[in-house]
Design a protein around this ligand. Structure first.
Ligand SMILES: Cc1ncc(COP(=O)(O)O)c(C=O)c1O
Length: 393
C-alpha cells in the first residue's frame, strides 16, 4: 500500500508481540504460556450477574463515564483497600479495560514534545500509548536480581536524571508485568518526591493489586501524602476476576484530569459494555475471602511453574506479584530470544513471550523470556511434560 496513506506515528511501533504469540500458539497447537489470560473459569456469582444483567435488558449504552453503581463500588473499594477517599461523581471514569484507561489518560494529558518516564522492562502497550499521544517515552532500567530470591531494582540517580522540565508523567506498574516486582513504600516515596519536585503526574497501573506473594503488600501511589492530586490510578476487572475478555476497567483521578479523560473516552469508545459493568458491581462486592483465595491459588501456581522451568534449564526471577515468571535463557545457547521462542513454540509446543518485546532496545531482552502462569494445573502439567524435551545446543 502507498506509504502516504499511513500515519507517521503507526510507523514507530509494531503489532503486539504478546498477542502474536497467542496466534502462534494456536497455529502450532502449543500450550499457551504467553498471553496473560486465565484458562480457568471466572467466579460463578459474577457470571450469573452478567447473565442476569442481559436478561434484565441492561443492553443499552451506560452513562459514558460509567454506570453509577459501578463507580460507587470502585470508590468504595479504593477507600476500603487503600484508605483513599474518592468521589465517584467526579473522579472515576469506567473504560474498556485498563488498556483504554491508559491510552485515554495519555491522550488527555500529553502534548507533543512531552516526555513520559517508563520503567523497563515494561508492559508493551506503554511505548505505543506514549507515541500515539504525541509524547516521547523515556526509559529507566529495572535491573534483574543477582540471586534467585533478590528483587528487581532501579538506580536512584538514573531515575532522577530522567526527570526534567519536559517530563509530563511517569508510569508505574505495580505489581509489575513482566518482572513480578512489587514496588516498596520507600521506592514509591522516592518517585513521589521526584513527581512533586518536578511537578510531574504519576500514572499507576495497578491491575495485579490482589495477586501478591511472600507477604508483599500493594501500596497505591494515590495513598501517599501529596499524591492523590497528581495521580491517575488505573485498574480493571480483567485480572482480579479472571475476565480479560469483558473489557471493563477504570481510572481514578482528580476532577480536572477526570474531566479531560472522560472527554477522550467518550469520543474513543462511548462506553464500556453495560451488562458487564452491572456484573462488575457483583465482582467488586465479593467478600475478602475471595481475594485471599485468589492470591493463594496464584502462589501455588507460581510455586508449581518455577521448579518446572528451573528443571528445564531456565534461570527464574521469582515474582513477588502478578502472574508471570521472567527467565534468563542464556543456558540454552541461543543468540536471541526470538529464535529461542520460535523453537519453543514449534518444536517443543510451548508458547512464551520473547523478552525483547519488553525493552526499547531488543538486545537488552535477548536472553530473557516470560512465562504466564494464570493457567489450570493440567495446562502447567502439560507444559512440564513438553519442556522435558528441551535441551541446550
Ligand atoms: C500491566 C498490564 N496493564 C494492562 C493490561 C491490560 O489490561 P486490560 O485487560 O484491563 O485492558 C495488562 C494485560 O496483560 C497488563 O499486564
Amino acid at each position: 500500500m502507498d506509504k502516504q496513506f499511513l500515519s507517521n506515528k503507526v510507523g514507530q511501533f509494531t503489532e503486539s508481540v504478546i498477542r502474536e504469540m497467542t496466534r502462534q500458539a494456536l497455529l502450532h497447537g502449543a500450550v499457551n504460556l504467553s498471553q496473560g489470560f486465565p484458562d480457568f473459569s471466572a467466579p460463578a456469582e459474577i457470571k450469573r450477574a452478567a447473565q442476569e444483567a442481559v436478561a434484565a435488558d441492561i443492553n443499552q449504552y451506560a452513562i459514558t463515564w460509567g454506570a453509577k453503581n459501578l463507580r460507587d463500588a470502585i470508590a468504595r473499594q479504593m477507600q476500603q483497600w487503600q484508605g483513599v477517599a474518592v468521589d465517584p461523581e467526579t473522579e472515576v471514569t469506567v473504560c474498556c479495560g485498563s488498556t483504554e484507561a491508559m491510552i485515554s489518560t495519555l491522550l488527555a494529558v500529553c502534548n507533543t514534545g512531552d516526555e513520559v518516564i517508563v520503567f523497563e522492562p515494561f508492559y508493551e502497550n506503554y511505548g505505543p500509548d506514549s507515541i500515539l499521544s504525541g509524547a516521547k517515552p523515556r526509559f529507566v532500567k529495572l535491573s534483574p536480581p543477582i540471586t534467585e530470591d533478590g528483587e528487581w531494582s532501579f538506580d536512584e540517580r538514573e531515575l532522577r536524571a530522567a526527570f526534567h522540565s519536559q517530563t509530563k508523567a511517569i508510569i508505574v506498574n505495580t505489581p509489575n508485568n513482566p518482572t513480578g516486582k512489587v514496588f516498596t513504600r520507600t521506592e514509591l516515596e522516592l518517585i513521589r518526591d521526584l513527581c512533586v519536585e518536578f511537578n510531574v503526574l504519576c500514572i499507576t497501573d495497578e491491575i495485579y493489586e490482589h495477586i501478591l506473594y511472600d507477604s508483599t503488600k500493594h501500596i497505591s501511589m494515590a495513598s501517599l501524602d501529596g499524591m492523590k492530586e497528581r495521580t491517575v490510578t488505573i485498574n480493571s476487572l480483567s485480572k482480579t476476576y479472571s475476565v480479560t475478555g469483558w473489557r471493563v476497567g477504570w481510572t481514578i483521578a482528580p476532577a480536572a484530569i477526570t474531566n479531560a479523560i472522560r472527554k477522550v473516552h467518550d469520543f474513543l469508545t462511548v462506553g464500556a459494555p453495560a451488562p458487564l459493568q452491572a456484573a462488575g458491581v457483583a465482582a467488586l462486592d465479593l467478600p475478602l475471602v475471595y481475594y485471599q483465595n485468589l492470591a493463594e491459588a496464584y502462589r501455588k501456581r507460581r510455586d508449581k511453574l518455577v521448579p518446572i522451568l528451573t528443571e528445564a534449564g531456565f534461570r527464574c526471577f521469582r515474582p513477588r506479584g502478578a502472574y508471570y515468571v521472567m527467565t534468563d535463557i542464556s543456558a540454552f545457547g541461543y543468540a536471541d530470544d526470538v529464535a529461542f521462542v520460535k523453537y519453543l513454540v514449534k518444536e517443543i509446543g510451548v508458547a512464551a513471550v520473547p523478552g525483547s518485546s519488553f525493552y526499547r532496545d531488543p538486545c537488552d531482552g535477548a536472553q530473557q523470556v516470560r512465562f504466564a502462569f494464570c493457567k489450570k494445573d493440567e495446562t502447567l502439567d502439560e507444559a512440564a511434560r513438553r519442556l522435558r524435551k528441551l535441551h541446550s545446543r
